[in-house]
Each structure stands twice: as structure tokens, then as C-alpha cells.
Design a binder for this molecule. Structure first.
Ligand code: GRF
Length: 212
């Protein structure tokens, strides 16, 4: 993996605790030319904002009620991220869909992390749904974001056995360990130019595996 010649600027969208943001700040930010340049939230109470503040990263709240509709709000977020020179947008526990107007501003440059092996169990409450279903294997998916719910092309996936307790808290804790490794890894790979969507089979994402 070659370090990029210029700075690679990451914007993170988060709605809640922000443990994935913290993993990015701790393991990616300020290394190999990668900088977390901005953190935005739709929720003024999000702990992610406090994490950004502590790390000295620009942060802002874009609450839905302050805009005519989601499209207008998302365009405001996109413009703010653009003004800070963001190259890649990472949804790290961002609990809303991103409007198509936003995606048009960042083509193939928005990624998301999901606590299931997609296409199984997309959407909200994925961990609870997997435990209710009785699956034995769960995992984490990092994927490009398209207009659907967790439907974009898959970049990285890692499977993990469901703990024998079938307990949601224990499962979440174990999944977080995987997430906090996989999401930073995906960012590093993208920053290094090691991730490419196939020219014709556009669901397929090529990753330079030997560098992982
Ligand atoms: C993670 O489990 C992620 O997969 C999902 O939302 C959760 C966010 O957790 N999309 P955190 O806010 O990063 O702690």
C-alpha cells in the first residue's frame, strides 16, 4: 500500500455513541496522510460530537427540523463537507438514509458499516433480528452507499460466530471489536487507492487483498 501524495480527507456522519468514530480517530486520523476533517450529526445529543471536539475535529449538527425536508438538510451537510475538502464520507452509526442529492455530490465516495452479513438483515435493529432468527453466524459489512437501505456494493465483510449466550449486549460488544477494525481498514484501503468498483459488474468491488 503506497501512502497517498496528498492529504485524504474523511468526513464522518454519526447519530449516537460514536465508538466507530473513536476507532477511526484512534487508528486512522493523522496517519498515512489521512485526516478526519469533519464530523456531522443529525442529533445534538450524539456522543460522537463530544469525541470530535476532544480530538480537535470540526463538528456540526444538522437537525431535520431546521430544514424544509431531508433533501435540503442533506444538501447543507454535503456543502459543509465539501467546504472542508472532504474526499470520503463515512456513515458510522448514522441512523438516517442519505438523500440522493447528497450521494450525487459524493459519487462512489460514501461508505457505511452494518452489523450483519448483508444482504441478510439490512436496516434497523439488525442484531436483535439476527438473534430472534437464531442465526449461528453474524458479522460486519462495510459497503458503498446507494439509494437503498444497506444495498450498496460490498467492500469488506467479516463473519463471526454468535456467542452461545445469544445475548444482545454480548453480541454487540463482540461485533464492535470487528467493526472497530474493519471500518478503519476500509478507509485506509480506499485512501490508498486499493478499492475499485468493477467497470462492468458494478456490484463487484475489487480490493487489493495482498495489502490488507
Ligand atoms: C454500529 O453497530 C454500526 O454497525 C451501526 O450503528 C452502530 C453505531 O455504533 N450502523 P457507534 O455509534 O459507532 O458506537
Amino acid at each position: 500500500m503506497h501512502p497517498p501524495a496528498e492529504e485524504f480527507r474523511v468526513g464522518v456522519l454519526a447519530s449516537g455513541a460514536g465508538t466507530n468514530l473513536q476507532a477511526i480517530l484512534d487508528t486512522v486520523h493523522g496517519r498515512d496522510g489521512i485526516v478526519v476533517a469533519a464530523v456531522a450529526s443529525n442529533n445534538s445529543e450524539a456522543r460522537a460530537l463530544e469525541r470530535a471536539r476532544k480530538a480537535g475535529v470540526e463538528h456540526a449538527v444538522f437537525e431535520r427540523g431546521e430544514y424544509r425536508d431531508r433533501g435540503e438538510r442533506d444538501l447543507a451537510i454535503a456543502d459543509w463537507l465539501k467546504s472542508l475538502g472532504v474526499d470520503l464520507v463515512v456513515l458510522a452509526g448514522y441512523m438516517e438514509l442519505v438523500a440522493s442529492e447528497f450521494l450525487a455530490k459524493f459519487p462512489n465516495s460514501v461508505i457505511n458499516i452494518h452489523p450483519a452479513l448483508l444482504p441478510a438483515f439490512p436496516g434497523l435493529h439488525a442484531i436483535e433480528k439476527q438473534l430472534e432468527y437464531g442465526v449461528k453466524v453474524t458479522g460486519v459489512t462495510v459497503h458503498f452507499v446507494d439509494e437503498g437501505v444497506d444495498t450498496g456494493p460490498i467492500i469488506l465483510q467479516e463473519a463471526m460466530p454468535v456467542p452461545s449466550s445469544h445475548d444482545p449486549d454480548e453480541t454487540l460488544k463482540l461485533l464492535h471489536v470487528v467493526e472497530h477494525r474493519l471500518l478503519p481498514q476500509a478507509i485506509r484501503l480506499i485512501a490508498a487507492g486499493a478499492v475499485r468498483i468493477d467497470d462492468t459488474r458494478t456490484r463487484i468491488v475489487h480490493v487489493e487483498e495482498e495489502d490488507r
